[in-house]
Design a protein around this ligand. Structure first.
Ligand SMILES: C[S@@+](CC[C@H](N)C(=O)[O-])C[C@H]1O[C@@H](n2cnc3c(N)ncnc32)[C@H](O)[C@@H]1O
Length: 211
């Protein structure tokens, strides 16, 4: 997709992005937020999360609810406007490109969801993120699209010395009863079974810890 087509697509979808993109946005984004707070190394109340390619800030709602501070950044003006409206007065949201954006002070955690493919040079992005990320970088990764070992090597080289990979099985486009979500979340921790499921569907959440 060309940059112009991508911009048009996200501009058109900005209002109500999270409601349209996730069949059960609350369940999906609450689980993602729980893992942002816990994966690799825990975050504490008051820690700041920088969410690059934040969309309409749907994740921000769930991180703020955990007592974390939130800054969202997106390259699409309409997404920034939607996120500012959603999070009014509770978070900063800025227009910026994840390939060049640098916060004015270091953050505890940086996140990139459904957007790691927008890095111009993924290894260079990891190295830059390490300069302003004090504790961890969290992002999602489709193991059928990327070689996980390549990504792990790039993270190590960038200074993220320990990486936790967590299968993420809450579906994006299907609303399930709570009991089924509970079963899927248990399956995320099932080791070999989870890895078999990942050959066909779903993604990893990657928690890459500094040092
Ligand atoms: C698939 S959406 C994901 C939004 C949100 N992170 C989520 O998980 O729901 C991709 C987002 O990346 C943004 N985006 C695309 N390229 C970008 C770039 N180079 N820098 C910052 N944001 C970008 C788009 O505007 C869009 O909001």
């Amino acid at each position: 997709m060309s940059d112009d087509a991508k911009t048009d697509q996200y501009a058109r979808q900005a209002a109500g992005w999270s409601d349209a993109a996730y069949a059960d946005g609350d369940a999906y984004l609450a689980h993602r937020a729980a893992l942002v707070a816990s994966l690799g190394v825990g975050l504490a109340r008051g820690d700041e999360v920088l969410d690059l390619a934040c969309g309409d800030g749907g994740l921000g709602e769930h991180l703020l609810a955990r007592g974390l501070r939130y800054t969202g950044v997106d390259s699409e003006r309409a997404m920034v406007a939607a996120a500012r409206e959603r999070l009014a007065g509770r978070a900063r949201v800025e227009l910026g490109d994840l390939n060049t954006f640098e916060p004015d002070r270091p953050v505890a955690a940086t996140t990139v969801f459904r957007a790691i493919y927008y890095t111009d040079d993924r290894a260079a992005f990891f190295r830059r993120a390490a300069t302003f990320t004090e504790r961890k970088l969290v992002f999602d990764l489709n193991p059928r699209q990327y070689r996980v070992d390549d990504v792990l090597d790039e993270l190590t080289t960038a200074g993220f010395g320990r990486v936790e990979l967590r299968p993420f099985f809450v579906p994006q486009t299907k609303r399930l009863p709570l009991t089924a979500i509970g079963v899927l979340q248990a399956l995320e921790r099932s080791g070999p079974l989870a890895r078999i499921a990942l050959r066909m569907r779903f993604t990893y959440l990657v928690g890459a810890v500094r040092g």
